[in-house]
Design a protein. Structure first.
Length: 221
């Protein structure tokens, strides 16, 4: 079920240094080969949802952008550290709750969940059991204080499956003399691999439930 996501990313415009580029969840889903015409307006609502923006002047995730001259450093994280079950459940439900209850919403939520599953499977298939992506921006806000802008899971999908996005982000940072920091993983490799395995199984079950028309039960409280 992940082939359409990969095909959508491959057919999207590739980012290059010095040129403004943006890709969002709505943009990815809109490239599904069987996108119903009834969902086009819903996809427009997702223009900033899960977006990655890279340009000569600004960089951003999920609709929030930061001027490059305010960026202090870029942090790279293992994708396995971004995938706790509760976060995945929240991301899937967030997009469901964000969209109005109109025809086509279930179709969009199902495609979004498939996109998340693709991220997990891509992380599992990486050589070290997970991928490392530049997914956190540290910057000075308008008050001069240090702030962080992390990529959400959908933005991480784009950074994981579209290497040109990660490469362009890091290349632009390097040209501007901005440090790129690797954040040490918070768990042993074996634990990360097991977390990825469980995450992929959980998401696969959720996709099946969505296809069946059921709303999966949320995580235990």
């Amino acid at each position: 079920m992940d082939s359409w996501v990969r095909d959508a990313l491959c057919s999207s415009e590739q980012p290059v240094p010095g040129k403004r580029w943006k890709l969002s969840v709505g943009g990815i889903i809109g490239r599904h080969p069987k996108t119903p015409g009834t969902v086009r307006k819903l996809l427009g609502l997702l223009d900033d949802f899960g977006a990655v923006e890279i340009g000569p002047d600004e960089i951003g995730f999920d609709g929030t952008t930061v001027a490059w001259d305010r960026v202090i450093e870029i942090r790279r994280h293992s994708t396995a550290d971004l995938l706790p079950d509760v976060v995945m459940d929240r991301e899937v439900d967030r997009i469901r709750d964000f969209l109005p209850p109109v025809p086509g919403r279930k179709w969009v939520v199902t495609r979004a969940t498939e996109t998340l599953l693709t991220l997990v499977m891509a992380a599992r298939g990486a050589g070290g059991g997970d991928s490392v992506i530049p997914c956190e921006i540290v910057y000075r806000n308008r008050l001069g204080r240090t702030a962080e802008l992390p990529a959400g899971l959908f933005a991480a999908t784009i950074l994981t499956l579209m290497p040109a996005a990660s490469e362009t982000l890091m290349s632009t940072a390097h040209q501007r003399g901005i440090p790129i920091i690797m954040v040490a993983s918070t768990s042993p490799k074996a634990d990360r691999a097991e977390r990825l395995r469980k995450a992929s199984a959980r998401l696969a079950d959720r996709v099946k439930a969505l296809h069946a028309g059921d709303r999966p039960a949320g995580p235990p409280s």
